[in-house]
Design a protein around this ligand. Structure first.
Ligand SMILES: Cc1ncc(COP(=O)(O)O)c(C=O)c1O
Length: 384
């Protein structure tokens, strides 16, 4: 079956955060959702569920767990048991709850900026101390700084939030890199919250390794956030899963989750996730090929038209990281050009914290003609 990623679907006025927050005439290439309809199998499953007409209390069905287990095994070689799966109403709520479950106010939590900005907010909003282990930039490749990390551990340090693959720099961490990180954390009894929401969006030639799989002991120190939401464009359905192998860690988490009565995702999130994990693989393969072609277009076109702009290699996610530093402009000046003059909404690098100034993040999960239009506007804004 072939899938159509070229057709432009009008999203303005459809209740889309990405489009409806954007002034008329502007092109949104910011927040991480895709301008593609979900796979036909998912749309059919939702139609079928909606067509039943009764949406009463819905426990998580066996078929849902089986679909999640099947997907993890097939895509990531991870044999998970049904009881390890803890359904949650989204990855950010799941992380915020994990912060509350495993740490106390004033404890230290490490992040590795530039990184997905809500991590910072979750830590601060929960009254925990933010500690940074900035990524190291070597040429055009980001690495985790394990030497620096060791020095951050003290008696108040409890948790590290790992973004894997890493939004916004596009790295897919290798097994060796993860082994290094995980073994350091195990030595100092630091819990890793592994946000692997982008784990299915891996470019050819790279492979995602679940952090919980890198060693025998890892499972006792890693809890993993997963979802079909980025992969199949279902973010509005608020459905995700934590995978927690360790009984003690899982009990602590589910006690808190149950005390809030939020352990059951909504009925449509369940139906869509199950259909996506059961039948969405051919669509995902086609999507990945399309995204790769979009990335190749971006990586060829932008530096050719605007010499000095660097497009970072995209190993995973559909969020490409662009380096504008050679232009010598401040973030305000860059914003003036890109947002105001070009009328294209990218995410400013500084939003992602330390190391982000002078960079921009572009979402390339859109029909090619939209990407072309966005890039043309950006190029024109700098040369005209
Ligand atoms: C790394 C990462 N984690 C979490 C989220 C949000 O997840 P959710 O919508 O399930 O809360 C995003 C969305 O962009 C993300 O990029």
């Amino acid at each position: 079956m072939s899938y159509d990623f070229d057709t432009v679907v009008a999203r303005r006025g459809s209740g889309s955060l990405k489009w409806d927050l954007c002034e008329e005439g502007m092109l949104p290439m910011w927040v991480a959702d895709m301008d593609f309809p979900a796979p036909p199998e998912v749309i059919n499953a939702l139609r079928q569920r909606a067509g039943h007409g009764i949406y009463g209390y819905t426990p998580v069905p066996d078929s849902y767990y089986a679909a999640c287990q099947g997907w993890m095994q097939k895509r990531h070689g991870w044999d998970i048991r049904r009881e390890w799966i803890v359904p949650t109403p989204g990855v950010l709520p799941a992380i915020s709850l994990a912060v509350q479950a495993y740490t106390r106010p004033g404890d230290k939590i490490i992040i590795q900026p530039p990184v997905y900005h809500p991590f910072r907010k979750i830590i601060r909003d929960n009254g925990r101390q933010l500690v940074e282990n900035p990524l190291k930039l070597k040429g055009n490749r980001y690495e985790m700084d394990c030497e620096h990390l060791k020095n951050l551990f003290d008696e108040r340090t409890r948790v590290l939030i790992l973004c894997s693959p890493h939004n916004p720099v596009g790295r897919v961490w290798s097994r060796e890199e993860l082994q290094g990180l995980v073994s350091l954390c195990i030595n100092d009894d630091i819990l890793i919250i592994a946000d692997e929401i982008h784990a299915d969006l891996i470019m050819a030639g790279h492979g995602h390794t679940p952090a919980a799989l890198v060693s025998n002991e890892a499972a006792r120190h890693v809890i993993t956030c997963t979802a079909a939401s980025k992969t199949f464009n279902l973010a509005g359905l608020s459905c995700s899963n934590l995978i927690i192998e360790d009984n003690r860690l899982r009990n602590i988490y589910t006690t808190l989750l149950n005390s809030m009565w939020i352990g059951w995702p909504n009925v449509f999130g369940l139906a869509a996730t199950e259909a996506a994990y059961t039948s969405g693989e051919p669509w995902l393969e086609a999507l990945l090929a399309y995204l790769k072609a979009n990335y190749d277009f971006l990586a060829t076109c932008l530096p050719r038209s605007l010499p000095g702009i660097q497009v970072f290699p995209l190993e995973g996610t559909y969020l490409a990281w662009l380096d504008f530093r050679s232009l010598g402009m401040s973030d305000d000046e860059l914003n003036e050009r890109i947002l105001k003059k070009a009328g294209v909404w990218l995410d400013q690098g500084s939003m992602f914290g330390t190391g982000g100034a002078g960079f921009q993040r572009i979402n390339i999960a859109c029909p090619r003609q939209v990407l072309q239009e966005g890039l043309k506007r950006i190029v024109d804004a700098f040369i005209m």
